[in-house]
Design a protein around this ligand. Structure first.
Ligand code: PXP
Length: 237
């Protein structure tokens, strides 16, 4: 049974709409922890559009479960990671214009840059994971980089247009998991996983952890809206 990492970026997204203090991603992370999350994931983007440096420091200090900092290999962000020392760093590609991470990191193309970044993070005692497509060549490169964890990009599976395409993507994820496990690499997966499409990925033999954000935070809005309105109505009275 895979573990669950909860990505709390979108709690911070709502906060940043007003540049105020609410809702506080740390408070959200503590609720996730209490609800059984195995790790908390937060993406410190270069433009700081949601999670900021203060959040990352607070998360590191308060969490009892693993803190997985998602980040690009940009020098400024690597510097923050080395100072904060999360339990894990997951390296992802980042484009400023994108709404969310769009593809896996090309570890073949960026091998030399990643070698240095992985070594710097590992030197600080941070477990390094690479977010990559379910592709054997990428997995081989990750192995050569010496990382012990990868996260397979489930976006193509989640966005598949029909059952046949979804099945084919699921098979790619299963084969990639099997191959990486045979190399001694821990395999996580995430991106675009929702309540209706997670079970099949969770069933992949050898899958260690699923990292899920948007669908959980979206669901939380409706789970809490009824009570939130009732409380305000009470005050209005
Ligand atoms: N894993 C990685 C590497 C991601 O970039 C993201 C999105 O921030 C997630 C998991 C979570 O994706 P989603 O919000 O679609 O569940």
């Amino acid at each position: 049974m895979p573990l669950l990492g909860v990505n709390i970026d979108h709690i911070a997204t709502i906060r940043q709409q007003r540049r105020e203090f609410d809702p506080d991603p740390l408070k959200g992370a503590l609720i996730c922890q209490e609800a059984g999350a195995d790790s908390i994931v937060a993406h410190l983007r270069e433009d700081r559009r949601h999670i900021n440096d203060r959040d990352v420091i607070a998360l590191k200090k308060a969490l009892k479960i693993r803190f997985n900092l998602e980040m690009s290999a940009a020098p400024g962000v690597v510097k923050v990671a080395c100072q904060v020392r999360p339990d894990q760093a997951t390296l992802v590609p980042e484009r400023r214009q994108e709404l969310t991470t769009e593809g896996g990191l090309d570890v073949v193309r960026h091998f030399r840059q990643l070698k240095g970044v992985c070594a710097r993070l590992a030197d600080k005692g941070i477990a390094v994971s690479l977010f990559i497509d379910a592709n054997f060549v990428q997995i081989d490169s990750a192995k050569k980089l010496g990382v012990s964890i990868i996260e397979l990009h489930t976006g193509p599976y989640a966005e598949a247009l029909n059952a046949k395409a979804r099945k084919a993507e699921l098979k790619k994820l299963a084969l990639a998991t099997q191959y990486a496990r045979s190399l001694g690499i821990t395999v996580n997966a995430g991106h675009g996983l929702k309540y209706h499409n997670t079970v099949d990925v969770a069933r992949i033999p050898g899958m260690y952890e699923l990292n899920i954000g948007h669908s959980i935070i979206a669901s939380a809005v409706f789970l809490g809206l009824h009570q939130a309105v009732r409380e305000m109505k009470e005050l209005a009275r």
